[in-house]
Design a protein. Structure first.
Length: 136
């Protein structure tokens, strides 16, 4: 949203094409970042997007080894709880931003509410919930 609305580095059509390209190919869900980089800066942008996609994996492996060796200490479970709270806060902020952009009227709010209730209180896969609510 920031790249499209505020910075106008991409058009809405380019962002949609990047998301579709990233979601249709097998692999990580964040693969659209490479397409976004390509649309913004060509091949160097695609390389920067790919580097942004793979670098966390290369950083997290040594970090997990370091943290894993210290997980049995008394501070280990507390640290995990703190990290989980931080992750939940980041997720909540992201979901809030997405919901603010997506929920415009009573129909979309009703669909979101019914979807939430079905996901929270049944064991249905999200694909089936989408197929049930799609005609609305």
């Amino acid at each position: 949203m920031i790249l499209v609305v505020h910075r106008q580095a991409l058009t809405d059509r380019q962002l949609n094409a990047a998301v579709v390209a990233g979601r249709t190919v097998p692999g990580p869900n964040g693969l659209y970042i490479v397409s976004v980089g390509y649309f913004i800066a060509g091949v160097p942008g695609a390389c920067a997007g790919w580097l942004a996609l793979v670098s966390p994996a290369f950083v997290i492996i040594p970090l997990l080894r370091y943290v894993g060796s210290r997980a049995e200490r008394p501070a280990g479970p507390r640290r995990d709880t703190i990290v989980n709270f931080g992750r939940c806060g980041i997720d909540r902020f992201g979901y809030y931003s997405l919901a603010r952009d997506a929920l415009h009227g009573p129909v979309s709010i009703a669909i979101a509410g019914v979807s939430f209730l079905l996901m929270a209180f049944t064991r249905q896969d999200t694909l089936w919930i989408y197929r049930w609510l799609r005609p609305w």
